[in-house]
Design a protein around this ligand. Structure first.
Ligand SMILES: [Zn+2]
Length: 84
């Protein structure tokens, strides 16, 4: 009786597509998201303030998902005010 929720995956392109987003730290649209499905990791990198993060991804993860997660991490860091 296993009811499975089937997720419809939209596979537009299976290749790594560099995408530009707005940086939550410096506010510039200089953030690149690159997804490497082979290793299951997404790399977020800001070309302006040079902050970066590696986010684990799945085969259905899209760049905007990785970006959203990163924004979440950054805002959490800010709230906790982790000072070095
Ligand atoms: Zn930045």
């Amino acid at each position: 009786m296993g009811r499975r929720r089937r997720k419809i995956t939209h596979r537009r392109q299976s290749r790594t597509i560099p995408t530009i987003f707005n940086c939550p730290r410096c506010g510039r649209s200089a953030v690149r998201v690159e997804l490497d499905y082979k290793v299951g990791q997404g790399l977020v990198f800001c070309g302006n303030c040079e902050c970066q993060a590696t986010i684990p991804i799945s085969s259905i993860t899209e760049p905007v998902d990785v970006y959203g997660e990163w924004v979440d991490i950054v805002s959490r860091e800010r709230k906790g005010s982790i000072a070095e």
